[in-house]
Ligand binder design. Structure first.
Ligand code: HH2
Length: 277
């Protein structure tokens, strides 16, 4: 099992991969404003790679519940200078965007992966990815849109709905000519789901992975972890690592995290136990 991306073929058969989050935003829910300048964002990229990140995920628009959209030129101005540096660090670089123009510009600069919370449903996004020869793509499930998704979360059993949605988006992308080896899918923890639905997606994650593309999951610092622990966003490192470990144990091959060093250490313990099975 592997993930084909623009420059790297990422092995997903062995140790799970850690995707380190770099938010080049003033308003992300857990670290907004900390890495807003190009210099700070690049220093953060270097730090995450030193801590063991296998992939960097650069995002320039917050998708926290209620967040406003960022204009195209502002998103590019935040992202491109950081991307230019990030692609020299020796690891695959993903760009968290739903805008086809941003995808095209970033892929032209050497980005390896498009990570889209809209699963390429914005007009022209699927075509932007399909036009590239080899970039990787992460298709995420979201119910509604960031501005309003927590006002009207999903109804009923989330697991079959998320599974059917992801299957449909994968088929559409395959029909556009994108090879299966380029695609991973993500249940989109916290995106238009109740706390119970998020935990159902963890408890029954095996149903999602079943026979489909590799799974990428992002629990890091999310509010469902705050709900069950009573901890504020800045205090959610341990719950985040616990959730990442549970996700990996249930089949996730990539975890998207803020706390790279701690997650890498936890996954080493998981890997050591797995070797002795
Ligand atoms: N979560 C966030 C953003 N992008 N992409 C994928 N594939 N999966 C996720 O779970 C996911 C994502 C939200 O988290 P974060 O980037 O930390 O915050 P913000 O959107 O406020 O910048």
């Amino acid at each position: 099992m592997h993930w084909q991306t623009s420059r790297f073929r990422i092995d997903l058969a062995g140790q799970p991969r850690v995707m380190g989050i770099v938010n080049v935003t003033p308003d992300s829910f857990s670290d907004g404003g900390r890495f807003h300048s190009t210099r700070a964002a690049l220093a953060h990229c270097e730090r995450l790679v030193a801590e063991g990140a296998d992939i960097l995920d650069l995002g320039a628009e917050s998708s926290r519940p209620g967040s406003p959209a960022v204009p195209l030129d502002e998103e590019l101005a935040r992202l491109l200078p950081v991307l230019r540096g990030a692609v020299t660090l020796g690891v695959p670089v993903s760009v968290d965007t739903y805008k086809p123009e941003v995808m095209r510009e970033c892929l032209a600069l050497g980005a390896d992966i498009v990570n889209d919370i809209w699963a390429l449903r914005q007009p022209g996004a699927r075509e932007a990815v399909a036009a590239h020869a080899a970039c990787g793509v992460c298709l995420m499930h979201m119910h509604g849109e960031p501005a309003t998704m927590q006002l009207a979360p999903m109804q009923g059993d989330a697991v079959p709905q998320v599974k059917a949605f992801l299957r449909e988006q994968v088929l559409a992308l395959r029909a556009a000519g994108v090879a299966a080896e380029r695609i991973v899918v993500d249940p989109g923890i916290g995106f238009g789901k109740t706390v119970a639905q998020n935990f159902a997606l963890l408890a029954r994650q095996g149903e999602l992975a079943d026979g489909g593309p590799p799974l990428l999951v992002g629990w890091s610092r999310k509010s469902s972890l705050g709900q069950v622990t009573g901890l504020d966003v800045g205090e959610r490192m341990v719950p985040s690592v616990a959730a990442a470990l549970l996700a990996v144990e249930r089949g996730a091959r990539v975890v998207r995290v803020h706390d790279v060093r701690e997650t890498v250490a936890a996954l080493k313990v998981w890997g050591a136990a797995r070797q002795e099975q």
